[in-house]
Design a binder for this molecule. Sequence first.
Ligand SMILES: Cc1cc2nc3c(=O)[nH]c(=O)nc-3n(C[C@H](O)[C@H](O)[C@H](O)COP(=O)(O)O)c2cc1C
Length: 318
Amino acid sequence: MIYECAPMEGVTGDLFRQAQRLHFAAADCYYTPFLSPTASRVLAARELREVEPSHNEGIRVVPQLMGHEPNDFIWMTQALRDLGYDEVNLNLGCPSGTVVTKKKGAGLLTERELLRRMLDGIFDLSPLPISIKTRLGMADAEEFPPILELYNDYPIKELIVHPRVQADQYKNHPNLDMFAYTLAHSRAPVCYNGDLFCASDVRAFSERFPSVERVMLGRGLAANPGLIEELKTGAKPTTERMRAFHDELFRRTSERIPDRRALLFRMKEAWRYFGCSFEGAEKPLKLIRRAQNLADYENAVTRLFADCPVRENAGFTG
Ligand SMILES: Cc1cc2nc3c(=O)[nH]c(=O)nc-3n(C[C@H](O)[C@H](O)[C@H](O)COP(=O)(O)O)c2cc1C
């Protein structure tokens, strides 16, 4: 099985990737949160941090791009090739209202002409192979078969399917019947993404879909950075290793974000996922959420690691 780390803006950025791979078995591939190629032809500071080669040492990283202008996409792909990347990913799944109104992300799925123009332009001129991360449509999974027919006209390196529609956001359940349809009809190799929150979820998925060789893990890996190792070797994450992972992420984040309030905000966001992996952690997690300064934060974290063992089936719980 190939394990891919999902792009998650604010969660699985370069600092997470390094902390994860240094303390647990690494993912086979990590996708950056989306970059936005614009006509101004510059990589924003946040984007540069994501793709700076020294920030991605020791792992395979695929930059993800979101937009609907082929020329801007090609410009950024050339810049990424010059930095040493060997693949880019197109985001056709972001469900955010502001993105969708601009006909980007999942918003392109119902704009068939614009989508075709985009795919024609980028597959014609891209200096790098392109993979696609897609939802099933905007409102109804039945939108997907014609979208897949369109995808089949292009040499897509890998089709990552999150089988929800935009209107679901993250509610309801992934539509596994439409995923099965995709497996049967996609010309491109298919990767599954969605609600594989712990090792037993991945095993149950593999039983239902034994031919699937690639899965992408998002919230589950953010909750249990040892999830891939657990799947590969059976070794469950220990408190000591979870603490070492946290301390690495905290140290790197402190160096990156000197502003203490912003640092606390970022670490609290990480705990929304990571906190799920600990038994009986409601109280210390509440203290972490309420921490107003670093001393409060560090006390709450110490208490959590001292009092709360890692859960048996560690992963995301919602
Ligand atoms: C906070 C957050 C940020 C995300 N950012 C991105 C993104 O930048 N690009 C993208 O394609 N998907 C993004 N996603 C979606 C995830 O990549 C993934 O498709 C989704 O979480 C479902 O997978 P999971 O159930 O394994 O978490 C984001 C999801 C969350 C919760």
